[in-house]
Design a protein around this ligand. Structure first.
Ligand SMILES: O=C(O)c1ccccc1N[C@@H]1O[C@H](COP(=O)(O)O)[C@@H](O)[C@H]1O
Length: 214
């Protein structure tokens, strides 16, 4: 198994941060999206971010944010990256990257081959890409739904101009296969490391990391 970096997303308690660090996460994510069971306030995220050990990147996940929202988050929370998980067009991604001087990761939803065309539009304006399952029509959030997409769509794609992460329904049982098929060297997940919606589980984080290591 190659070395694969893990991002555990949607942490909301100090104990989740400790568990993520202990499991070997290289990124942790805080969700700013009211309809999500993982939604945190700016104050909560600030307290959590201050608990994150050095060397683990702190990521703010936002969905079609306006400048006022981002101004507040960036001013209050010590961050290493912004994750844009809405329908932000490439120009807006570039604008956010320039305005805040933080690396930006743009999520791209995938359901079919044509969705991958977005990679060429976003790679020039983002520091990283997050290839996630496309939002189902009836879902009330654009990610974090625990659903996979057909990983074979990424198989054989050798040339990426920016680093990327794989996301969407990854679990301790399927991640090894997902990495094998897609060649991903970074993975991001939320649902599978929860004991209930929004409640992270230390044992599941540990088991997920072990599935990538062993
Ligand atoms: O987690 C959420 O609630 C969320 C809300 C809005 C946008 C994105 C969200 N999560 C992101 O989706 C991926 C995949 O999640 P899952 O593993 O399928 O549950 C997750 O890694 C987050 O980055």
């Amino acid at each position: 198994m190659p070395d694969v970096s893990i991002k555990f997303c949607g942490l909301s308690r100090a104990e989740d941060v400790s568990a993520a660090a202990e499991a070997g996460a290289r990124y942790v994510g805080f969700v700013f999206f009211e309809k999500s069971p993982r939604n945190v306030s700016v104050a909560q995220a600030r307290d959590l971010a201050l608990e994150v050990p050095m060397g683990i990147a702190k990521v703010a996940l936002v969905v079609n944010p306006d400048d006022a929202t981002l101004d507040e988050i960036v001013a209050q929370v010590p961050l290493d990256m912004l994750q844009l998980h809405g329908s932000e067009p490439p120009g807006r991604v570039a604008e956010i990257r320039a305005r805040y001087g933080l690396p930006v990761m743009k999520a791209i939803g995938v359901a079919e081959a044509s969705d991958l065309e977005a990679i060429d539009r976003y790679a020039p304006v983002a520091d990283q890409l997050l290839i996630d399952t496309k939002k189902p029509k009836d879902a009330d959030r654009p990610g974090g739904n625990g659903l996979t997409f057909d990983w074979r769509l990424l198989a054989g794609r050798k040339y990426w101009t920016v680093p990327w992460m794989l996301a969407g329904g990854l679990t301790q049982d399927n991640v090894a296969e997902a990495v094998r098929v897609t060649g991903a060297r970074q993975v991001d997940l939320s649902s599978a490391i929860e004991s209930a919606p929004g409640v992270k589980d230390a044992a599941r984080m540990k088991a997920f990391a072990a599935a990538l290591r062993d």
